[in-house]
Design a protein around this ligand. Structure first.
Ligand SMILES: [Zn+2]
Length: 261
């Protein structure tokens, strides 16, 4: 068996870290081999023809090499298929970063890689098209991610009485689901996170929120509540805290200034 081999992959740049004086370490989600670390040596030296290739969110085609003895891949050559980050502009590029941050922290099996890769691309394309209520595109991305990773969130069935309800009033983190108005009275404890009436309405239409984006008015409070619940669901299901600095930044610095209602 050879010690070294080459492979061609298609991937999305999740994270780029400066390494040494001239190199980069990239975390890339590849359609073919899952999430990998790639060392791109000498890439920051002078005017490299690859200097724009490794922006976060870029979809790239790469020729890599790998030693059997190492987990690292080495960059040999590559071309850009799509760049999304700069075409989006504020605040949507923060939402692009948010999805990348989540995928960076998520344990992605090789089986899931292709689905999550497609999910990210679909998400980026929706972000490009949608200039209002863009936070809802992020919510839809999370809902789809839940399905792909096997932690689907049932938005309409109460986690206590198991009946369908259009009146959810709280999220119950211990049972990874929602609580209807009737059950809520009897189950008040510290793990119950209740939300506003408007948030309940948004959660109810979340599965087909794409059809409502043009005539929705989402308050800052509801945007925060829905985002918090979805990220909490992710953290609770995978038993680890997911950090999403881009989302914090989105709400702290942009959302409430631009769109406070
Ligand atoms: Zn119930």
């Amino acid at each position: 068996m050879k010690n070294n081999y080459n492979l061609e992959v298609q991937g999305i740049i999740l994270k780029k870290t400066i390494y040494g004086d001239t190199s980069l370490i990239l975390e890339i989600l590849c359609k073919e081999v899952g999430k990998i670390s790639v060392l791109a040596r000498g890439i920051r030296k002078g005017k490299s023809k690859f200097s724009g290739l490794f922006e976060s969110g870029n979809r790239v085609e790469l020729l890599l090499s790998k030693k059997n003895s190492s987990d690292f891949y080495y960059f040999k050559n590559g071309t850009l298929i799509n760049a999304y980050l700069f075409s989006l502009g504020y605040p949507r590029n923060l939402l692009l970063y948010a999805a990348l941050e989540i995928c960076h922290q998520l344990l992605i099996s090789e089986d899931e890689a292709e689905n999550i890769y497609s999910l990210l691309l679909t998400y980026f394309e929706y972000l490009q098209k949608q200039a209002e209520n863009e936070i809802a595109i992020f919510w839809r991305f999370l809902l789809r991610l839940f399905i792909v990773t096997g932690i689907e969130l049932n938005l309409r069935r109460c986690t206590f009485c198991h009946l369908d309800s259009s009146n959810m009033v709280a999220y119950y983190s211990l049972r990874h689901g929602f609580i209807c108005e009737k059950c809520f009275q009897n189950h008040l404890d510290e793990f119950v996170i209740n939300f506003s009436f408007q948030t309940a309405g948004i959660i109810h239409i979340l599965p087909e929120i794409g059809n409502h984006l043009k005539n929705l008015s989402i308050s800052s409070k509801t945007a925060r509540e829905v985002t918090k619940i979805l990220l909490l669901h992710l953290s609770e299901q995978f038993h680890k805290k997911f950090y999403c600095k881009s989302i914090d930044y989105y709400f702290e610095n942009l959302y409430h200034k631009i769109k406070l209602k």
